[in-house]
Design a protein around this ligand. Structure first.
Ligand code: PAF
Length: 284
């Protein structure tokens, strides 16, 4: 039987050599940035990358600068061997596994400070988050030099902030958003779902059900303040222990949603089940 393998690269020097080889053949390149603990959602992004470009590079790096000291950086699932096997099975071409000391050497002193779409929602609760994400994503873009990069819509604000980053800093690549992969009961696949107890896992799909209802009401011209209040109550009644936010926003800017403007909207939420924070969103 033919063994399936994928090239794993751990230093910038070797990465640049591999990228130069791909470019010398005139091939196009798509990047799928991840933090590992790969699930079907990530693999769907890789499959899309393979459709859109000749070669798919997947980065796996649990980026410390997007976690606050009290967050789950140390317990974030790390499953490198399993991830590499999954990437080989979907025919990824290259896995980029940078060492933290290469990403952030001792004298590292630059950080991107996004505004606009990065304001509020996630930032109200995780103020460090988008600075860390945009900085590491900019580094990954400079390292891999892809023609396009693929991000899941599950992190909808992240996708919007990265589109803004690329537009504002004239980065020469295209950002592609990919639909969220869901379990049969609607729960968005996420590496953090692994933290859920059986009882919490039963409650978790209420997040998307309530968001779908919120989006439906917004589509029919419902009052956003009322939708927000009802959705928050609905989540708490379903068993969520804390709601960070539920909101309906303009899908492009993430500014306020104007139901009469005919612009697309997005219903977004972040809520806690015990020690696990789940986020999700749906189009209006
Ligand atoms: O979405 C993620 O997994 C991360 O935020 C990303 C984009 C890989 C940056 O670390």
């Amino acid at each position: 039987m033919k063994s399936i393998s994928v090239r794993a690269v751990r230093t910038l020097k070797v990465l640049r050599r591999e990228i130069a080889l791909i470019r010398s053949r005139g091939e196009s390149l798509a990047l799928v940035p991840t933090m590992g603990a790969l699930h079907e959602g990530h693999l769907a992004l890789v499959k899309l990358a393979k459709k859109k470009a000749d070669r798919a590079v997947v980065s796996i790096f649990v980026n410390p600068t997007q976690f606050a000291p009290d967050e789950d950086f140390s317990r974030y699932p790390r499953r490198e061997a399993d991830d590499i096997a999954k990437l080989a099975a979907v025919a990824a071409d290259l896995v980029w596994l940078p060492h933290p000391a290469e990403m952030y050497p001792a004298n590292f002193a630059t950080r991107i400070a996004p505004e606009g779409a990065a304001q509020d929602l996630e930032t109200e609760f995780r103020p460090h988050f988008f600075g860390g994400v945009t900085t590491v994503v900019a580094k990954l873009f400079n390292q891999v030099t892809p023609d396009l990069a693929i991000f899941g819509e599950k992190d909808f604000q992240q996708l919007t902030v990265i589109k803004q980053l690329v537009r504002d800093l004239d980065m020469p690549l295209k950002i592609v958003g990919a639909p969220t992969t869901r379990a049969r009961d609607g729960l968005a696949l996420s590496s953090r779902n692994a933290y859920l107890s059986d009882a919490e896992r039963q409650i978790a799909p209420a997040l998307i059900q309530i968001l779908r209802d919120a989006a439906d009401r917004a589509r029919r011209g419902g009052n956003v303040h009322q939708i927000r209040a009802d959705a928050t109550l609905g989540l708490l009644q379903a068993g969520f222990t804390k709601v960070d936010y539920v909101d309906v926003r303009d899908a492009d800017t993430l500014g306020p949603y104007q139901s009469k403007s005919r612009r697309k909207g997005r219903a977004l939420a972040a809520a806690w089940l015990g020690k696990t924070r789940l986020i999700d969103n749906v189009g209006v």
